[in-house]
Write a protein that binds this ligand. Structure first.
Ligand code: SF4
Length: 306
């Protein structure tokens, strides 16, 4: 196998990290490169272990998303999963993740096993709080099962389902843009895109939907008027899919946003085609202590260790 290349790509979450703290972005996208190899230089290995940590809310979101993904994939094979079975699987996954994380197994296998920020940094979290994370995850799953969308999917033709949590990419003016649609299907001549939400929305969802719509137009050769985007809030019982209006104006704004963000990121590269960063001093520390308190890279950050 040839050597892996660190190819420049853009996503909305990359943009958020870039704007929170340039140094954090540097650790995540460049210092960690190659750290999947246990024999990598110490800094790369540490950065790789830390970049894979997730806090309890992200863990909850990922676990619910993954459980719904499995439920839908099973349904696509013609095997609906009863709620009790899915809930039990979710509980077992969370139990296993928590135990492995507490034992520090993620330091050996950062990609394969879950590492929780709270364990790495010994954040005091009482049992009732961990229990609530679990209980609200089950609740979100229950809300999905109780939704009219799920009732409709039980009778739907899965041959019309387009995407279930696949990581996809598309080209935008020479840059690779990553998108991960939670669910997408064809219905009545429209492509429908769904975004599950399990907590507070992380910033503006419209740019994210704009990027999904651009992807859908390219991937399925559909005009914008034939694409619909929905945000599905699983924190509410009987959730309804709230439609995000996909307009030419939104597409134009999304393109302007991505172009500007990509330009800012690439201004910090010494070799743009090869995605080689300038020296780390070009990636300053944030002044906002809020970001440091929750930063995966706190342990290695020169702001605190220099
Ligand atoms: S600890 Fe603070 S300054 Fe250092 S990388 Fe993280 S957010 Fe940036």
């Amino acid at each position: 196998m040839g050597q892996l290349e660190n190819i420049f790509s853009w996503s909305k979450s990359r943009n958020e990290q870039f704007h929170e703290c340039r140094r954090k972005y540097y650790y995540d996208k460049y210092a960690s490169w190659g750290g999947w190899d246990k024999r990598a230089p110490q800094e790369a290995r540490l950065a790789y272990v830390l970049k894979n940590l997730k806090n309890r809310w992200a863990w909850k979101g990922e676990t619910v998303h993954h459980t719904i993904e499995e439920v839908l994939k099973s349904l696509r094979r013609g095997q609906p999963v009863p709620f009790e079975v899915a809930a039990e699987q979710l509980t077992q996954t969370m139990r296993r993740d928590w135990k492995n994380s507490k034992a520090g197994q993620y330091r050996e296998e950062p990609k394969k096993t879950t590492g929780l920020f709270e364990h790495e940094y010994s954040v005091p979290v009482d049992d009732a709080t961990w229990k609530k994370i679990h209980d609200t995850s089950v609740e979100a799953l229950k809300n999905f099962y109780g939704s009219s969308l799920y009732a409709e999917l039980l009778k739907d033709d899965p041959l019309r389902w387009l995407v279930i949590e696949d990581l996809e990419d598309f080209d935008f003016e020479g840059s690779k843009i990553f998108v991960k649609l939670d669910f997408s299907r064809e219905k009545d001549g429209f492509v429908e895109i769904y975004d599950w939400k399990t907590g507070k929305t992380n910033g503006d969802t419209t740019i994210q939907m704009g990027a999904y719509a651009i992807y859908a137009m390219q991937k399925w050769s559909k005009p914008l008027g034939r694409i619909r985007g929905f945000v599905f809030n699983l924190t509410k019982a009987g959730p309804v899919a709230e439609e995000e209006k996909l307009t030419d104006k939104l597409i134009e704004e999304t393109k302007i946003f991505m172009r500007k963000s990509i330009g800012e990121m690439q201004a910090l590269l010494s070799d743009v085609p090869k995605n080689v960063p300038k020296v780390r001093e070009f990636f300053p520390f944030t002044d906002n202590p809020k970001y440091c308190d929750s930063c995966n890279f706190y342990r290695m950050c020169e702001k605190f260790s220099a």
